[in-house]
Design a protein around this ligand. Structure first.
Ligand SMILES: [Zn+2]
Length: 193
């Protein structure tokens, strides 16, 4: 699935989280959740060298690439099944496309409280936004061939559909996400007035 679709899906999911977690006057809180959700919606694709997040942040891409090369090297030393498992985890749509990754991202953002306890409220909202964004990415990829949702307990890909990247169905998903985003944003504006 393309980055634009993930951004839109992340924004829609972030808006839903903002709708549930913040009051009508809390514009800053909503902006924090939305920004974190859009960022989170791109994070699982750090495992692909040509994803938009990898191209923008080459140092992160370099570090992830190094870990992937190491894991592939180790996988060659392991017997068949374990080797395949590790190779799958290290490839595109591997470990970074799991619920464990979503939980790790939420936890990592929330650990910001340890550095800046005075901002606990905002950091908690950012952590929720991050979780919503990563979850939206996993949800969309479930329709685009599947993801190893239960990694490390199972390396098997869970799939709901196999839609074509850039095809008509992806455009329908984009339009639906934009529609959800517009409806929720409209609801917020009405509450605000
Ligand atoms: Zn992905």
């Amino acid at each position: 699935m393309m980055a634009a679709s993930h951004r839109l899906g992340g924004a829609a999911m972030g808006m839903l989280a903002a709708h549930m977690l913040t009051g009508p006057e809390d514009i800053t809180g909503k902006a924090v959740i939305l920004s974190a959700a859009v960022l989170g919606s791109l994070i699982p694709d750090i495992d692909h060298p040509r994803s938009s997040i990898s191209r923008k942040h080459r140092s992160i891409r370099g570090a992830v690439g190094l870990v992937q090369i190491m894991l592939r090297g180790i996988s060659g030393l392991l017997p068949g099944r374990q080797g395949n498992y590790l190779r799958t985890a290290a490839g595109h749509r591997g470990a970074s496309h799991s619920l464990l990754m979503a939980a790790a991202c939420v936890l990592l953002v929330h650990m910001g409280v340890l550095i800046c306890p005075a901002w606990e409220g905002m950091i908690t909202l950012a952590a929720w936004g991050m979780g919503a964004g990563v979850a939206s990415h996993l949800l969309l990829d479930l329709f685009a061939g599947g993801v190893p949702l239960w990694f490390p307990f199972s390396g098997k890909r869970v799939a709901l559909a196999h839609i074509k990247t850039g095809g008509v169905t992806e455009w329908i998903i984009r339009i639906l996400s934009a529609g959800i985003l517009a409806i929720l944003a409209g609801a917020e504006v009405i509450k605000w007035r």
